[in-house]
Ligand binder design. Structure first.
Ligand SMILES: [Zn+2]
Ligand SMILES: [Zn+2]
Ligand SMILES: [Zn+2]
Length: 278
């Protein structure tokens, strides 16, 4: 499985849109992997996780054929994970010619599908031939999307909706994609243990970075607790890759500073454009 991080920042980006804090200024000055855009990841060439406002830039920077994406799964309706206005540009009659995939299958929770439906009704003048097929994916129900098996797990995040994190397998490798979430619920562990899940890659929410974590996000402190529990429960083993992701500028360490700190704790640090073959 090819797994590529397209964006690795929390909602505001890092450097954040309007911010001049020391962490943003240092990131700007250092450049390269210290520059982080809003969260998104691509599996192989046809499976996309989340659709933030930086999607178009990700397509440009990484030379991606977005029309080759057949499946789009969205974690929750925060706009750093679902900013759907650019989906209008999938219209065949006006904007999107010679599509690699005729249809795009969008899977998510009810709140995200509501946002998508509201978008369509809010812009009646926009084209309707987007060839997007929205579907609800229920919790704890493995769903076959082509060769991929996708299971939504309950995230500890955004209590006003049932936010999801996902277990994704391509029939060969298994990824646990944990954005956005705070400490994982027991029911998530119960599901993973009961179904004898062993992950090859676990991507952690690390919004708090070096700060003490709490609420609906993790930081390095709580990533360690979750990782150790996964090892103990057999959800991960010595071959599993543990990668931290989704960083807030308030968290302190820019990429270059975080890499050695995370490595000491046996985590890899994601960056925009990081590509893995797992
Ligand atoms: Zn987020
Ligand atoms: Zn800042
Ligand atoms: Zn969120």
């Amino acid at each position: 499985m090819k797994f590529k991080y397209l964006g690795t920042a929390a909602a505001e980006g890092w450097p954040a849109v309007f911010c001049r804090c020391e962490n943003c200024e240092r990131a700007k000055k250092a450049g390269g992997p210290n520059i982080r855009t809003r969260s998104q990841a691509l599996i192989n060439d046809d499976f996309l996780i989340d659709f933030p406002s930086d999607t178009n830039m990700h397509m440009l920077i990484h030379n991606i054929d977005l029309s080759a994406v057949k499946y789009l799964i969205v974690t929750h309706s925060h706009n750093d994970h679902f900013a759907p206005i650019d989906l209008f540009f999938r219209s065949k009659s006006y904007y999107a010619h010679n599509l690699t995939e005729e249809k795009l299958y969008l899977y998510s929770n009810e709140a995200v599908l509501d946002v998508y439906n509201k978008l369509l009704s809010d812009y009646p003048e926009e084209p309707t031939d987007l060839n997007i097929i929205p579907s609800y994916i229920p919790l704890y129900t493995p769903t076959q999307l082509g060769k991929y098996t996708v299971t939504a797990l309950k995230a500890n995040h955004k209590p006003s909706e049932t936010a999801y994190v996902y277990l994704i397998s391509d029939g060969d490798r298994t990824v646990l994609y944990l954005n956005d979430t705070g400490r994982l619920y027991d029911e998530v562990y119960d599901y993973l243990i009961a179904n004898k899940i062993k992950a090859d890659l676990i991507s952690f929410d690390c919004t708090y970075v070096l700060l003490k974590s709490g609420g609906g996000h993790l930081g390095l402190d709580s990533c360690q607790i979750e990782r150790d529990k996964m090892l103990e429960k057999g959800i991960a083993d010595k071959d599993t890759r543990f990668i931290v992701n989704h960083f807030s500028h308030n968290g302190g360490a820019i990429y270059q500073e975080l890499v050695p700190i995370a490595a000491k704790l046996s985590f890899e640090t994601s960056y925009d454009g990081m590509e893995l073959e797992i």
